[in-house]
Design a protein around this ligand. Sequence first.
Ligand SMILES: [Zn+2]
Length: 243
Amino acid sequence: MASTAELMREIHRLRRFARDLKEQMDRAPLQLKAQQAKVARQEEAANSNLEAIKRLKVTIHDKEVTLKTTHNQIAKHQKQLNEAGAKKEYDALQTEIAGARVKCSELEEESLVAMGESEERAAKAPELEKAAKASKEAFVQYEKESSARMATLKHQLDETQAKVKEVEANVPKNVRSVFDRIVKGKGADAFAPVVDHGCGACRTEIIAQQYNELLMGAFVVCKSCGRILYLPEQAATGNDEAE
Ligand SMILES: [Zn+2]
């Protein structure tokens, strides 16, 4: 039969494994949510790009209409200029025409800028849509696999927990209550291997007597952090330093 120290090593391994499985299961919904958020972000980027293109088209159209109207005004004023009698009227029309011409060149420039941006956005659109589609597909796949993964984790966890129960049934009766108390308080962290004659968790040195007890396979608790100590596999077999 396994010594208490060997038993503690095995319990520690099983309990840590169970904790890892549990953590993986706990993280799964968060990972799914993060994937979903990524899809939403990429879809939003593609959509807002298309929206911007639409708005730019409207802007360009409006400016073209205004430009046409202004050109007509200039033509009208030029016609009036030829028929103008008084100098005052002539000067006023000249001022109007000059102002309209400034407005036209401003509108042309603004249209060019809007067209440039629209072209840039149109060029980017397929790439954005492709990225959104790809991440959506990846999410669907991930979601599908996720439930299978969760089922596997759940199965492994159930198995491991059953194994923990089975192995812990071998904890000697005389230390059982101490064992239960420590495990209840610390869970998978209730155990620590001995490393360099010290507690592997809190690094406190282990006195010779305790070390000898461990070598004899006894139940030993770290005097400093209260963890259940065990010897790592090599030391416990006792022949690692012989060679
Ligand atoms: Zn310790």
